[in-house]
Design a protein around this ligand. Structure first.
Ligand SMILES: [Zn+2]
Length: 427
């Protein structure tokens, strides 16, 4: 296909995209209000000026100097907020009611999974998520490293990515499982133990991992949950990664897995389903945030047949609700992480809705998905707030999400690094 046609296709595929020449012009965004990602309330009557890939200024319309050659995008009735951040995604997975996790790992060709992932990246971006921490390719090797490069080089539209490659599991603790012991089945993550952990951490970092993901526990049918790595093994992972400048996040659903991960000094704990006051206090004392993945728990219950609104809430969700409340009471920092991929890409806002449904105030939940998430990523000097000098990663939604979070579904403008991927149609 000739390149000119391809350009047209890209435009069709991504919606209105600022042309290269346009990108040089400053842009003035005029929403009804600005939620800056940090403040307790949205600021009515603010405007934001974007120059190149950065926010140049933000403030009350009469105080901000508007460049003469600027292009103005009017956003009447809308709230402008920082691009949303999801700290727990799987671009290489699609919902388990479309194909089981085992089938995705064992039967789907790598190229098929990568093609899907590019669609997933676009869906997330157009839903207002300009940054994802992608937590494991689940059998798709190092494909996340290449997808990140394709997005950064403008080959496919998508959020900024922080990637972890294969993730690390204790030998014999992961899946697919249930085969004859003589049969070796490729696993959804890389197995390692003891001293080999050092090599595997370095190998994954060498191949492009920005973070290391470790599974601190496992779950198997009949046996339930159980911790895997020892505290010493987890400490070795954390120390090896840290010396290379990489933080570690730990999958942990059991109390003991969470306790060991916290003692080892991981940077975040994922899921935390069986956490209680004691382990949440330990996390709070050590300043370890929780990514609760409420939306994935909800989706799994639906796949098992739960009909919301008709059936009573399943036991597993009731206990998730109770443990999340204990996390809040213990003062654990909550960072937005949904486990999207278990459910549909583009539906990431579900996690923020559930954070509020499970007890957070709307502004606190929005901070979890903006300034707090950026801090967890150690990127708060670049992302997660609307202030001069940060990347122009900006989203406008119809209405005011600090009062009604459901308007996160009404995304009208998406800008990443000053490039417009979606904007309101001129009437
Ligand atoms: Zn996950």
């Amino acid at each position: 296909m000739p390149p000119s046609m391809m350009a047209v296709l890209v435009l069709l595929a991504t919606g209105p995209v600022a042309l290269a020449a346009e990108a040089e012009r400053p842009v003035v965004l005029e929403p009804a209000r600005v939620f800056d990602g940090v403040s307790a309330e949205a600021h009515a009557g603010w405007v934001v000026v974007v120059k190149g890939d950065r926010i140049d200024s933000a403030g009350p319309a009469d105080k901000v100097k508007i460049p003469r050659d600027a292009r103005t995008i009017k956003l009447p009735g809308m709230t402008l907020l920082p691009g949303l951040i999801d700290l727990h995604s799987h671009l290489l997975l699609h919902p388990y009611n479309e194909a089981t996790w085992d089938d995705q790992v064992l039967k789907e060709p790598l190229a098929l999974r990568v093609c899907r992932a590019t669609n997933h990246a676009k869906s997330g971006l157009l839903a207002g998520f300009t940054m994802l921490r992608d937590l494991g390719t689940e059998g798709a090797g190092y494909a996340d490293v290449g997808i990140k490069q394709a997005i950064d080089q403008g080959i496919v539209p998508g959020p900024r990515l922080v990637v972890t490659t294969r993730a690390i599991v204790a030998t014999g603790s992961y899946a697919p499982r249930g085969f004859a012991p003589e049969v070796r089945v490729p696993q959804g993550a890389e197995e390692a133990d003891g001293a080999t952990l050092r090599r595997v951490v370095r190998d994954q970092i060498g191949r492009g991992a920005d973070w290391i993901k470790v599974y601190a526990d496992t779950w198997s049918p009949g046996k339930g949950g159980a911790a895997t790595f020892s505290v010493d093994e987890l400490k070795l992972i954390v120390a090896t990664a840290r010396s290379a400048g990489c933080p570690v996040c730990a999958h942990a659903t059991t109390k003991e897995g969470m306790r060991r991960a916290a003692l080892a000094g991981v940077a975040t704990i994922e899921h935390g389903d069986e956490g209680d006051v004691e382990v949440f206090r330990l996390m709070a004392a050590k300043g370890i945030p929780l990514c609760p993945t409420l939306a994935a728990s909800e989706a799994m219950s639906k796949y098992r047949g739960w009909r919301p609104g008709t059936d009573p809430e399943p036991k597993v969700l009731k206990s998730k609700r109770a443990s999340f409340k204990e996390a809040l009471e213990a003062g654990v920092l909550i960072a937005n992480g949904s486990d999207v991929g278990v459910f549909a890409h583009g539906d990431q806002a579900r996690e923020i809705e559930l954070l509020i449904d499970y007890g957070m105030r709307p502004v606190a939940a929005l901070r979890s998905a903006t300034s707090i998430a950026a801090k967890v990523l150690r990127m708060d000097d670049k992302l997660g707030a609307i202030k001069p000098g940060l990347f122009a990663d900006l989203v406008a939604v119809e209405g005011d999400p600090t009062r009604d979070v459901s308007v996160l579904r009404k995304v009208r403008l998406v800008m990443k690094g000053g490039i417009v991927y979606r904007e309101p149609q001129a009437k």
